[in-house]
Design a protein around this ligand. Sequence first.
Ligand SMILES: NC(=O)c1ccc[n+]([C@@H]2O[C@H](COP(=O)([O-])OP(=O)(O)OC[C@H]3O[C@@H](n4cnc5c(N)ncnc54)[C@H](OP(=O)(O)O)[C@@H]3O)[C@@H](O)[C@H]2O)c1
Length: 262
Amino acid sequence: MTTALITGSTAGIGAAFARRLAADGHDLVLVARDTKRLREQATELHDRHGIEAEVLTADLAADDGIEAVAARLADRKNPVDLLVNNAGFGHKGRYLDVPTADELRMLKVHCEAVLRLTSAAAGAMRERGRGGVINVASVAAFVPRGTYGASKAWVVQFTQGAARDLAGSGVRLMALCPGFVRTEFHQRAGMGTDNIPGWMWLDADKLVAAALADLARGKSLSVPDPRYKVLLGATKLVPRGLLGGISSRAGRKYGPEHRTQR
Ligand SMILES: NC(=O)c1ccc[n+]([C@@H]2O[C@H](COP(=O)([O-])OP(=O)(O)OC[C@H]3O[C@@H](n4cnc5c(N)ncnc54)[C@H](OP(=O)(O)O)[C@@H]3O)[C@@H](O)[C@H]2O)c1
């Protein structure tokens, strides 16, 4: 029996990872801020799949939250075989509309927590000579898109660099770059989604299946859908300025006052 720890397990992509890994027979450590929701999820996955599901309430925007999860990952007596650093969020507003404190909170969750949790997990995994880490980035990593895109670009660069450094150790690291997925993400950020064409939406369960297959193949970067592979190929041909314009419009409809400014 192996154990997977998933941050942001209660909704969206994290919940899809939890469903799939539980169905495959892995025990789980479920991490998010909402304890009630975590407990309900743990009970449901235990009852449905017969796996053990631990609940670990932690705010990854706070040092004590990061430390609690890092301590669990570093516990040699209860090893974690797969870490999915998935917790994340978007912001309502463009640069300078977003308070700097909120930008810093995003960097804490998307970058600092990912660094500290990856290090805690990978250190213990290297001693055992096996393990995997999936760091959920975004296709936004490849286009100019404010602090969100920059934080996800860091996730990609960090993960691929660490994967190279740990090659041959038995520890696999992979950055996962989804396109648009219907989750709670856009609603939580207060972003409208009606300007995103239907064909751009990905299914969370299919995304997770493709990601796990890519990890098993030893990839350090996963862009799970042919539509987005083509789009990312095209971004290399489009001038950076034009790309910034297109990217800043897609999926960033915030409300009436922004609509009238355009
Ligand atoms: N949806 C998309 O279109 C899309 C596209 C590309 C990449 N992504 C990335 O995919 C990841 C998951 O996003 P999603 O779309 O599944 O979002 P979601 O449906 O909003 O779920 C976010 C999850 O993260 C948890 N979370 C948020 N802030 C947290 C914090 N400070 N500490 C601990 N847990 C926290 C939430 O639970 P609590 O609120 O209870 O903490 C929830 O379980 C993110 O990293 C996101 O950037 C999403």
